[in-house]
Write a protein that binds this ligand. Structure first.
Ligand SMILES: [Zn+2]
Length: 149
């Protein structure tokens, strides 16, 4: 889901996939979205105080999936550069393939690329950790591939 768009009735295989889509949306649009009241039955995502944006999904046991029940798509807030979901793991999922193709990608350039592509604030320490993790994954899978021969 590179650019998730939500609508009522939309289905996700699990709450955690729904949460991932919300995080992706928050990073993409620069929104300080938070989760409230999340449990097995329901996940509620809200935007900043005073902003009406809200997305609420509940688990449908008979279909074993998570379904969007209510969605208020309009924001009153302005774009925020400080989205809590930009983590090193998120960077790994987004940039692992490109790091694989360019393992010597210099840190300042990688950092700038992420900031520009997502118009978000990213702590360079997170980028360091992400690159390290990505290289471990890449190195690990290379070892595995050799092991198969
Ligand atoms: Zn908002």
């Amino acid at each position: 889901m590179a650019n998730p768009v939500f609508m009522v009735g939309m289905e996700f295989k699990s709450h955690s996939l729904f949460r991932d889509a919300v995080k992706e949306y928050a990073i993409k649009h620069g929104k300080s979205i938070k989760f409230l009241k999340s449990d097995r039955e329901k996940v509620r995502a809200v935007c900043k105080k005073g902003c009406p944006w809200e997305c609420y999904a509940s688990y449908v046991p008979i279909d074993q999936l998570s379904r969007v029940k209510t969605y208020t798509p309009h924001h009153k807030c302005i774009r925020s550069c400080d989205v809590p979901w930009v983590s090193s793991n998120w960077i790994v999922t987004k940039y692992c393939n490109r790091i694989r193709n360019n393992p010597t990608w210099p840190m300042p350039s990688l950092h700038t690329t992420i900031k520009q592509e997502w118009t978000c604030k990213v702590d360079i320490q997170k980028v360091y950790r992400a690159k390290k993790k990505a290289l471990n994954i890449i190195h690990g899978s290379a070892v595995e591939q050799f092991g198969q021969f």
